[in-house]
Design a protein around this ligand. Structure first.
Ligand code: E4P
Length: 216
């Protein structure tokens, strides 16, 4: 499973990219707005840092406008994956842009049937939103399970991008269920590596070493 950052903050992307484990980035209109920077140079800069798939989302709502906007976004950099909402217009735009060879991330997926439609429309990946399902007291991970099984049984090659990840257990479970990608905020990335027993163990090793090798 590839690990992506879900952010438009370039400083966070630079930091995690330096770990050597970052495969891509997802953004959305809220994240771009929060960054306070214009879309195009931000996406370009992210692509240059990551050198992997970078999702940039349309803000138009009709198929014709999404197709035009999607083409503009795809022209920013070859790493751009165009993100479209899972609506009827989004599906039409997905089919048209996928037929042109543009990779599409279908976002705001909340059911296995939506994922099936997106795959049939040629999507490169679908983004089921785990955390937002948990927020309404259902089990977000069940959606990943259903989509993974459905895509396997139906032999569909569209990738599953586990999105709206809120904590490290989401990452483990999505990986075990066969999600192809998980996208998460920088905070969750940091939580993945951190463990108090690692810190305590390292401290004890270094103290023992220092005792046995006193500095003269
Ligand atoms: C994914 O592509 C979305 O940008 C993101 O994961 C949404 O997460 P949220 O529900 O925490 O806003």
């Amino acid at each position: 499973m590839d690990l992506y950052l879900d952010t438009a903050e370039v400083s966070e992307i630079r930091e995690i990219a330096a770990w050597g484990v970052l495969a891509g980035v997802t953004t959305n209109p809220s994240l771009i707005a929060r960054s306070g920077r214009p879309l195009e140079p931000t996406i370009k800069e992210i692509c240059q840092i990551v050198q992997g798939p970078v999702s940039a989302e349309v803000v138009s709502t009709t198929a014709a406008e999404m197709i035009a906007e999607g083409r503009r976004l795809a022209a920013i950099d070859p790493h751009v994956v165009v993100k479209l909402p899972t609506t009827v217009d989004g599906l039409k735009a997905c089919k048209a842009l996928s037929d042109e060879g543009i990779r599409i991330n279908m976002t705001l997926v909340f059911s296995a049937n939506q994922a099936l439609l997106c795959a049939k429309a040629g999507a490169w990946c679908v983004s089921p939103f785990l955390g937002r399902i948990d927020d309404i007291s259902w089990e977000g991970m069940e959606l990943i399970r259903e989509i993974a099984e459905l895509f396997q049984v139906q032999n569909l090659s569209t990738r599953i991008l586990a999105a709206s990840i809120r904590h490290p257990r989401h990452v483990t479970q999505a990986a075990m269920l066969g999600a192809d990608i998980a996208t998460m905020p920088a905070k969750v990335f940091q939580q993945l590596v951190k463990h108090p027993l690692t810190d305590l163990g390292l401290k004890a090793f270094l103290e023992d070493w220092a005792k046995a090798n006193p500095k003269v």
